[in-house]
Ligand binder design. Structure first.
Ligand code: ATP
Length: 596
C-alpha cells in the first residue's frame, strides 16, 4: 500500500507538472486569497479598538478602516475568481490526461490480463482515477494546504499579542491534527477494503449483464439476484462500518472545539485584566478561532477523504505500475515477411505452473501451405495459435516466422502480418463500415465494400435500412453468429496479411452460407500460409496437410487420405464420428398403396 501511495503521487505529480504555469497561479492565488482573509480580523481589531475609545472625532479613522476592509475583501474576491478560473482549466486538462494515460497503458496489457480481469471492474478503476486526482489535489492545496497556512499565520499574529494565546492554540492544533491523522490511518485499511468490495460489486454486475442470456436460458435470475445480494450485503457492512468510523471522529472534534474556545477565552480574560489585551483583541481572537475551527474542523474529513482517494487510486496505480506481461524486446525491429513460413521449435508452454500444455513441441508450416489443426477439445490447438500471435510468452524454444524469432520483433509488426478470424468474432458498437475498415483504417469505402462482397456480407448488409451505416450493438449482438463471422472474414480479406489463421471460421454457418464462405476462403487462402483450427470436414478436406494435436503434442499428420488409411488413428476415429453424424439414416421403404 505504501509503495502504491508513493507511486500514485508520482503519477499525479508527473501529470500536474505538465502545466507548471497554471499550477503556480493556483498556489499563488490561494496564498494571496488567504492573506487577505487573515488580514481582515486585524482591521476589525483596529475598528473595535477605535470604537472602544468612545471618541466621537475618530469617525474619519473609522471610515478609513472600513475602506481598508472593503479593499481587502475585494482583493480576496478577485484572487478567488482567478483561482477558480485557472482551477477549471487545469483540473479538466490533467484529468483528461490521466484518463488517456490509463487508457493507453491498460490497452497494452496482455490478452491474459484481460482474461483475468472483469471489464466492469477495470472501467470503474479507470473512472475513479482522475476523480481521485481531483480529490487529492483539492485536499492538499485547497483544504489541508490552506489549513496549514492559516493556522501558521494565526499562530504568528497571536504570538505577537501574547505568547500564551499562541501556545494554547498550537498545543491544541498539534493534538487535534495528530488525532485526525492517526484516526484516518486507522480507517485507511477499511477504506481500501471498501474500495475492493465496491469494485467487486461492479464487476459482478457487469459480468451478469454480459451473461444476461445465460441467466435467461438457465433460469439463473433468482440465483444471481441472491449472489448479488451477497456481494451488496458485504458492501453494506463495510460501508456502514467505515461511515460510522467517519462520523465518530466528528463527535470527538466537537469536544475539542468546545474545550479550545473555553480555554483561550479564559486565558484572554486574564490577560485583559492585566491590561495586555484590548476589546479589539477579543474580536481578533474570536475571528481567528472561527477561521481555525472552519479550516481544522473539516481537516479530519479532508485527511480521511484524501486517504480514501489514495485507496481508490491504488487499484489503478497497481495496473499502471505493473509491467506489461508481453513486452517488445529492447530495440526490437519489425518482422519482415516475404514467404510466410511458420516454425515452432522445441516449444514448451504452460498457462499455470502446475499444468504443462505444450512440451517440446515442433511444428512447421512451409510458405503458402494450408494446414488444419484438429484434435480432441482441450488438446492445445487454440494455444498454438495464441502463441503464434504472441498472446503469451513461451517457457522455452522459439516460434519463428520466416526464420525470425517472434519474441525479438515488435508485437505490432507481428500481428500486422497475421489475419485472424476468431471463433467468436466480437465487433465494436460502431457502424458496419467502421467495423470492417478496422482491419485497415486507410481502406477506401470501395475497398471495404469489395471485401464485404468477397466475404458474402454485402448481401445481408444491403438488406439493412441503414446499410453499411448500421450500428451493430454492443459486441455485435445485433448480427447473427454467421453474419458476425462473415464480417470477421471481410476484415481478414481487407487486412490482406500473408499469414491467415482461422479459428473454426465456419462454425456458425448454415450449409448455404458455408458454401459461399468456403468460396471466399478459398480465394483468401490463395498464396497465403494458412492455419485453420477445424472441426468441419468441409474445411479439413481443402487443406494441404492435417495435423492432429492431442494433449499438447502432434500425434498424427498427413493428407486426408493418408490419415484415413492409418489403422485406429485418431483422425480416422474423428472422421468416422463426423461422417456418421452427417450421414442420413436410410429411409424406410414405403409400400405402394394399391389403387392410387
Ligand atoms: P477446443 O477445441 O475445445 O477449442 P483446444 O484444443 O483449442 O480446445 P486450448 O484452448 O488450446 O485447446 O486449451 C488447451 C488447454 O489449456 C486446455 O486444458 C485448457 O483448459 C487450457 N487453457 C486454455 N486457455 C487457458 C487459460 N487462459 N488459462 C489456463 N488454462 C488454459
Amino acid at each position: 500500500m505504501k509503495t502504491q501511495t508513493k507511486n500514485t503521487f508520482k503519477i499525479f505529480w508527473r501529470h500536474a507538472w505538465r502545466y507548471p504555469g497554471q499550477a503556480v497561479v493556483l498556489i499563488l492565488t490561494i496564498i494571496a486569497g488567504n492573506a487577505a482573509d487573515l488580514y481582515a480580523p486585524l482591521l476589525y481589531k483596529r475598528l473595535f479598538d477605535t470604537l472602544a475609545l468612545g471618541d466621537g472625532k475618530a469617525v474619519a479613522s473609522l471610515v478609513t478602516v472600513l475602506l481598508l476592509i472593503l479593499g481587502v475583501r475585494l482583493i480576496h474576491w478577485l484572487f478567488w475568481r482567478v483561482y477558480w478560473y485557472t482551477n477549471a482549466t487545469f483540473y479538466a486538462r490533467v484529468m483528461s490526461d490521466l484518463l488517456n494515460t490509463c487508457f493507453e497503458y491498460l490497452q497494452r496489457h496482455s490478452y491474459n490480463f484481460f482474461n483475468n480481469n472483469f471489464a466492469g471492474g477495470l472501467v470503474r478503476r479507470v473512472n475513479r482515477y482522475p476523480k481521485a486526482f481531483e480529490e487529492i489535489a483539492d485536499q492538499l492545496t485547497l483544504n489541508i494546504g490552506q489549513a496549514v497556512l492559516r493556522v501558521g499565520v494565526i499562530l504568528a499574529i497571536l504570538y505577537f499579542r501574547h505568547w500564551a494565546l499562541a501556545a494554547i492554540i498550537f498545543g491544541w492544533a498539534v493534538v487535534y491534527t495528530a488525532f485526525s491523522i492517526w484516526f484516518s490511518r486507522y480507517k485507511l485499511k477499511y477504506d481500501a477494503e471498501r474500495a475492493k468490495v465496491d469494485t467487486k460489486t461492479t464487476a459482478h454486475l457487469a459480468d451478469t449483464i454480459a451473461n444476461n442470456i445465460n441467466l435467461k436460458i438457465f433460469g439463473g435470475t433468482l440465483r444471481e439476484t441472491e449472489s448479488f445480494r451477497g456481494v451488496t450485503d458485504e458492501l453494506y457492512r463495510i460501508r456502514r462500518f467505515t461511515w460510522i468510523l467517519g462520523w465518530s471522529i466528528d463527535s470527538v472534534q466537537g469536544l475539542f472545539a468546545v474545550l479550545l474556545e473555553f480555554g483561550i477565552f479564559y486565558a484572554a480574560v486574564g490577560l485583559w485584566q492585566q491590561g495586555i489585551l484590548t476589546v479589539g483583541d477579543f474580536v481578533l481572537i474570536q475571528a481567528y478561532l472561527l477561521q481555525i475551527f472552519w479550516v481544522l474542523w473539516d481537516m479530519g474529513r479532508y485527511i480521511r477523504r484524501m486517504y480514501e482517494s489514495i485507496a481508490d487510486a491504488a487499484e489503478m496505480t497497481e495496473i499502471l505500475t505493473t509491467p506489461h506481461e508481453i513486452q517488445d524486446a529492447p530495440g526490437a525491429g519489425n518482422l519482415r515477411v516475404t514467404e510466410g513460413a511458420i516454425e515452432f521449435q522445441d516449444v514448451s508452454f504452460r498457462y499455470h505452473s502446475k499444468k504443462s500444455i505444450l512440451k517440446h513441441f515442433d511444428f512447421k508450416v512451409v510458405p503458402g501451405e494450408r494446414v488444419a489443426l484438429i484434435g480432441p477439445s482441450g488438446g492445445g490447438k487454440s494455444t498454438v495459435v495464441r502463441l503464434l500471435l504472441r498472446f503469451y510468452d513461451i517457457e522455452s524454444g522459439a516460434v519463428l516466422i520466416d526464420g525470425q524469432n517472434i519474441a525479438g520483433v515488435t508485437q505490432e509488426s507481428l500481428r500486422d502480418v497475421i489475419a485472424l478470424v476468431p471463433q467468436d468474432s466480437i465487433l465494436f458498437h460502431r457502424t458496419l463500415l467502421e467495423n470492417i475498415r478496422y482491419a485497415r483504417p486507410s481502406a477506401s469505402d470501395d475497398e471495404v465494400k469489395e471485401a464485404a462482397r468477397l466475404a458474402h456480407c454485402h448481401e445481408f448488409i444491403s438488406e439493412f435500412p441503414d446499410g453499411y451505416e448500421t450500428y451493430v450493438g454492443e459486441r455485435g449482438v445485433k448480427l447473427s453468429g454467421g453474419e458476425r463471422q462473415r464480417v470477421a472474414i471481410a476484415r481478414a480479406i481487407l487486412k490482406d496479411a500473408p499469414i491467415l489463421v482461422l479459428d473454426e471460421a465456419t462454425s456458425s454457418l448454415d450449409s448455404g452460407s458455408e458454401q459461399l464462405i468456403q468460396d471466399a476462403l478459398k480465394n483468401l487462402m490463395k498464396g497465403r500460409t494458412t492455419v485453420v483450427i477445424a472441426h468441419r470436414l468441409s474445411t479439413i478436406m481443402q487443406m494441404d496437410r492435417i495435423v492432429v494435436i492431442e494433449k499438447g503434442a502432434i500425434v498424427e499428420e498427413g493428407k486426408h487420405e493418408e490419415l484415413l488409411k492409418a489403422k485406429q488413428g485418431i483422425y480416422q476415429k474423428l472422421w468416422r464420428i463426423q461422417a456418421g453424424g452427417f450421414a442420413l439414416p436410410p429411409l424406410p421403404r414405403r409400400k405402394k398403396k394399391q389403387g392410387v
